[in-house]
Ligand binder design. Structure first.
Ligand code: ATP
Ligand code: MG
Length: 411
């Protein structure tokens, strides 16, 4: 079958140091069933003669094979042949982009008559297999308007592929930082709607899922946009079951993306729901400022978005310096203050000072409901011009416990 011409910008994500995903220390708790199962299934590489069938085993053990969760949601299994046919044998014009786990293709699967995104994992990467299983487990159990739908997977021989609903507008990163020439930047209302939708997706993971899940990889490139810019969180390979009972954190290897990773988690390996809130705050700051979480092209003091923003948070008169110049003054002053206040709370150093996701959702739902009309509002002018260079990035670095001191946030 022929595949569609792939929309969106083809992106080779060379900038991200994906190979630096490494385990430093893992403290297995009985509560963390997914993690326990994963450790059992992927740790012993040598003995793993049946590596090819390992995913089927993991999925089978968790009653997730082709029928998935108790409430009837279905993640189908697809044959490799089917996915080859869907993408014209993974033709280059179906290539959408590439991330840490492999290449992403647009395709059309005849059996389900649906346009899909197919993510092909590196079959030799151990981490890839682990993350593949977590992705299948997490998304199979999840069902929310603001989470990307996993339609199914393929685990044949060495091949590991994930099949998602296709998100026609690509990622938030494409719209915020990789804006192609002539493309209109996101307006204020759309930015607030995206922030509110992403927060609702996170709320579902934290507060509605059983067991609750810590996402660990919240960033602009993992917020995908559907028609009408409806945002959906994607990439759950790093997700962890949250602490239960009177536990406050999960001790684990430090993984995530440099610039988005909470400093407390980066330094201690203690993962909490508030680690996600920090990352969310960074995304919200990116939406407001148009700046990247990390941008090596900027002067030293401005390279880390949170470090740049912190002193500005303290001075209301300088808020207008923070807003994305691409908005050209089209934003509500009150809305800007409120959005910055939410972002500032989310990125606080002390995790217990950060709000819970339900409060973030309430605040952002309100903000998103306050429609700004550029026709009837005065254009805002910054008091001082801010450095506003936008363009292709120096990229995000994955951060792991084993990264060097200078790569650590908070150092
Ligand atoms: N379901 C989807 N629909 C449409 N495009 C998608 C879909 N999933 C991923 N993409 C696109 O494929 C590209 C690669 O995505 P991928 O998630 O593999 O990497 P990433 O998020 O850029 O990096 P990382 O590995 O650090 O998460 C991105 O440009 C993204 O926009
Ligand atoms: Mg991604």
């Amino acid at each position: 079958m022929s595949c569609f011409r792939c929309v969106g910008k083809t992106r080779q994500n060379n900038q991200t140091n994906h190979s630096s995903r490494r385990e430093n220390h893992t403290n297995i708790t009985s509560a963390d069933k997914v993690k326990v199962d994963l450790n059992l299934s992927v740790n012993d590489k040598k003995e793993d003669e049946s590596k090819h069938d390992q995913l089927s085993l993991d999925v089978k053990n968790l009653n997730l094979k082709d029928g998935v969760s108790g409430d009837g949601k279905v993640a189908k299994t697809f044959t490799f042949q089917e996915l080859e046919a869907a993408t014209g044998n993974f033709r280059s014009d179906c290539f959408v982009g590439e991330g840490g786990f492999g290449k992403v293709y647009k395709g059309n699967i005849q059996r389900i008559n649906q346009v899909v995104a197919i993510k092909q994992l590196d079959p030799n990467g151990l981490q890839g297999i682990r993350e593949f299983v977590v992705e299948v487990l997490t998304l199979s159990l999840a069902d929310h308007l603001n989470l990307v739908k996993l339609l199914g997977f393929c685990a044949e021989g060495e091949q590991r592929l994930l099949v998602y609903e296709y998100m026609p507008l690509g990622s938030l990163e494409n719209h915020l930082h990789d804006l192609s020439a002539g493309k209109k930047p996101l307006d204020w209302n759309t930015r607030m709607r995206i922030a509110a939708g992403a927060a609702r997706g996170l709320e579902y993971l934290h507060d509605k899922m059983k067991p609750p899940v810590i996402y660990r990889d919240l960033k602009c490139s993992n917020i995908l946009l559907g028609e009408d810019y409806n945002p959906k969180l994607s990439d759950f390979g790093l997700a962890k079951v949250g602490p239960i009972g009177d536990k406050t954190h999960v001790s684990t290897r430090v993984m995530g993306t440099y610039g988005y990773c909470a400093p407390d988690y980066a330094m201690t390996g203690q993962l909490t729901f508030k680690s996600d809130i920090y990352s969310f705050g960074v995304v919200l700051l990116e939406l407001i400022t148009g700046r990247k979480a990390i941008d090596h092209r900027k002067p030293a003091k401005e390279q880390n978005l949170v470090a740049w923003a912190r002193p500005l948070f303290r001075d209301r008169r300088r808020f207008s310096e923070m807003v994305d110049p691409l908005l050209e003054g089209h934003y509500p002053v009150r809305g800007l203050y409120q959005a910055l206040a939410i972002a500032a709370m989310c990125v606080q150093e002390q995790p217990n000072m950060r709000p819970v996701v339900a409060d973030v959702v309430t605040a952002l739902n309100y903000l998103a409901s306050q429609k700004y009309d550029p026709q009837t509002h005065a254009i805002q002018r910054p008091r001082k011009s801010s450095s506003s260079s936008r363009g292709s990035s120096a990229g995000h670095r994955r951060v792991t416990s084993n990264d060097s001191e200078t790569d650590r946030i908070g150092d």
